[in-house]
Ligand binder design. Sequence first.
Ligand code: ARG
Ligand code: ZN
Length: 874
Amino acid sequence: HPVFLRDYQPPEFLIDRVDLRFELDPERTSVEARLQVRRNPAATRGDGSLRLHGEQLDLEQVSMNDRLLTPADYRVDAESLTLLRVPDRFGLMTRVRIHPSLNTALEGLYQSGDMLCTQCEAEGFRRITYFLDRPDVMACYGTTLVADRRRFPVLLSNGNRVESRDLPDGRHLVRWEDPFPKPSYLFALIAGDLSAVEDGYTTASGRAVELKIYVEPHNLDKCDHAMRSLKKAMRWDEERFGREYDLDVFMIVAVSHFNMGAMENKGLNVFNDKYVLARPDTATDADFEGIEGVIAHEYFHNWTGNRITCRDWFQLSLKEGFTVYRDQEFSADMGSRGVKRINDVRLLRAHQFPEDGGPMAHPVRPESYIEINNFYTATVYQKGAEVVRMQANLLGPERFRQATDLYFERHDGQAVTTDDFVRCMEAASGRDLGQFRRWYDQAGTPELSIQADDDADDGTYTLTIRQHTPPTPGQPVKMPFHIPLAIGLLGPDGQDLPTRLADEPSATAPGTRVLELREAEQRFRFTGLPVRPVPSLLRGFPAPVKLRFAYSDDELLFLMAHDSDGFNRWDAAQTLLQRLLLALVADPEVGIPDQFFAAFRRALLDSSSDRALLAEVLTLPSESYLGDQMEVVDIDGIHHAHTMLGRHIGERLGEDLLRVYRDNGETGPYVFTPQASGRRALKNLALGYLMWAGDARALGDCQSQFAAAHNMTDVMAALRLLVDHGGAEGAQALDEFYRRWSRESLVLDKWFSVQATSPRPDTLARVIQLMGHSDFSLRNPNRVRSLVGAFCNANPVRFHAANGGGYRFLADCVLELDPLNPQIASRLLKAMIHWRRFDHDRQTLMRAEIARILAIEELSKDAFEVASKALEGA
Ligand code: ARG
Ligand code: ZN
C-alpha cells in the first residue's frame, strides 16, 4: 500500500527525551526505552490512543508513569504497539528483546563480522524499540550500553561520552548523551573490538574537536586518507558555508556489511568500509576519490540533514540533494573542477536520465511510495543536487550564500520541506521561484530542441528553443520548466564573441551568458554579429536536460578544439564519438573519416592540456549510454561497434599511444593528486586502446605493469586488460592476484568484479561458478555488488545475452536474496526494469523473469514495488 505526500499530518504526540539501555548480545539483546511523551499542541486530537512503530520486537514489558500495563491496556501487531488510552503528558517505558545475529536485512541492530552496529535510516529504529519512527519527531537521547568487556571493549553512540565503568560480571557500561534533538533515523550504536586512529581539529571559533576513525585493528594502516579528507571537509564547510562542527568528538566507524555507502548519524558516522579504507597498494584512484567525497558528504549532513532535517521522507532530497551539491563542490575545490563536473554529468546521464524515462520515474520530491528505501535514487540524490545547483547559479555566489545562511538560521533544529528551502532562496534574492518549483514535483527529463537561424545581411542570429518533457507514470502532461541556459557564441578564431540580445542597449563582454527559458517555445535574437557564430550550448551543463541541436561534424570538431568551456569541449568530443559509434552500429562497414583520427591524435598529443581532462575526452561513451541513445537498444551491434572503433584507434594511432603510455609512467611513490591520477588515467587509457588492437608490445607492457606496479590503480588497469584480452596471461594474473589479496576483502571484491565485467563469452558461466566460491556470500552486500551487481549493471553484452541466461541468473539471485536482504534484492532487480527499451525477444524474456518474481507470495515490499511498477501497463 502506497503512502502519499498529500496525506501528511503532523504527529499527534511528540517525544522530548529518550533514555535507552541496551544489554548487548548478538543472539539476544535487551532494549529498555524510557520516553517522555506529550501531546503535540499543533496537531488535531485523535481517538486518545497512541500508536508507536515497532517491527520484529519481542515485547517484554510496558509501563506508563511507572505503572506496569497489562495486555488490556495496549494492542500489539507486526508493525506497532498501540496504547489505548494515554494522558496528555506521560512517561513510557518499554522493554523488548531483539536478535542482531539473525538480522540479515542490515536494518536496525545487526551483526557485521565480530561487531554489532546499527542502520536506522530510513525506518530501522522501529526494529530496535517502539517509537514514533518519523523524522519530524525530534528528541534528546541518552544511551547506556552494557556488554561483555572482552568481546566488546569499545561501545559507542551519538554525542559525548559521559560515563564509563566496569560491572562486576565481566561486563562494562558506557553512557552517551547527545545534547542535540534528533529524529530517530540518526540514532546509532556500535559495539566491537575496534582500534581508533585519532586526530584533532580546532574549529574557526576555537572549539577543540577530537576526531576518531574506528576500524578493526588490522585496518589501522588504511585510515590516513579518510582522516585527511575529514579535516579538509571540516575546514571547507567553515569557509564556503560558514558551518562549524558542534560536538566535542566526531567519530567514524568502518563496517564491512553495509547496504549503502555510509550514514550520517549524529556525531557517529557509520561507513561501508569501502569508503574509509585505502592504502596506495589496496585502493585505486577512484576509491581515493570516492572516500574523499563520501567522508565529506556524511560530514556535511551534520548541518544539512541533522541540525536541519526532513519533515517526512518525501522531502528526502532536502538533505540529500543539497548535501550532494555540497560534496560535489567540495570535490571540485579539492581536485579538478572541470573533471569533477564531467564525472558528475556522466553519472547523471548514465543513471538518472534512464530512471527518469523508465517505469520508476519520480519527481525529486516523490508524491507516493510503497517502500521508502526504493527512493534513495539518482533522481533524489543527483537530480536533486542539480536542482540546488541551478538555484545557486540563478542567485549567484553571494546571494546563494545569503540564502543558505538564512536557511541555517531560520530552520536550525527543525524538520522542514524542500519548499522551506526554496522560500529561503526567494527571500534572500527577491526572485520569484514559483515556476522553478516544478523541478521538485514534475518527473522526467526535459528535451530541448534548439534551432539556429542567421541573417547575414543584418547580423542577427536567432535561437529558437523548444522544451518538451515526455510523460512519466502518473504525470501525463508536463508544464514548462524554468531553465537557466549558459551559452557562448564562438567566432571563426574560436574566441567568444560579445553578445547582445535584440532588446538590450549594448553588448555584454565576450564570454558565457545565461538565458532563462520559461516558455514551451522561446526565441532569443542576437544582433550585431559580424559573422555566423558556432554556438556553445549548455556550458558547464547548467540544467539536467537533453539537448537536440543539428551540429555538423565540423562544428563539433571546432568546439572540441576551441571552446573556452572545458565541459563543452568534452561534450562535443563525446557527441562526435557517439555519432561515429551509432553510425557503425547502423552499418559496420561504414568508414571512419580520417579527420576523426587526426582530431583524436591532436588531442592525444596536446601536451598543454590537463591529462585527466584529456583522458575524459578520449574515452569512448559507454555501451549502455550508447544504448540509451537508440530507439531500440542494439546490444550486440553496440558492443561490436565499440570494439571495432577501439581497435581502429589502437591500430591507427599505435605509435602515439605507445609514446603516451611510456611518457606517463609512474615516477615516484604514489600520490593522490589530480596531476598524478590524471597521468595514470591517460596512460591506462592508451594501454587499453593498444590492447584492443592486439598490440604485442602492449601485452608485454601490461604484464610488466601488473607485476611491478605498487599502486592498485595500475595493477587493476593491467589486470582488467589481461583478463579481457582472454589469453592464458589473464588466468595467470587472476591467480596471482587472488593469492596475494584473498584476505583483504575490499581488494577481493575487485577480483570478483573484474571477472564479472569481462566481455568474454564465458563470463556468465564464470559468474555462476564464482557464486559457489568459498569467498562468496550473499550476506555481504559489497560482495554481492562486486559479482552480481557488476555483471548485471556493467556488462551489457553478457547480461543481455539473447538466450536470456543473464536475466534468469538475476531473477534467481533476487529470489534468493529477497528474504535475506530486501534492500539489496530490490536494487539488483532494477537492472531489468528498462525492458521496454529492448527488442521484442528480450522484452519477453525480461518480463517473464519479473513476473516470476512478482508471483512470489512473501515478496518484500521493496521488491514488490519495483517489480509491479516495472510491469505496470504491460
Ligand atoms: N543518508 C545516507 C546517505 O546519504 C544514506 C542512507 C540510506 N540508507 C537506506 N537504507 N536507505 O549518505
Ligand atoms: Zn546523504
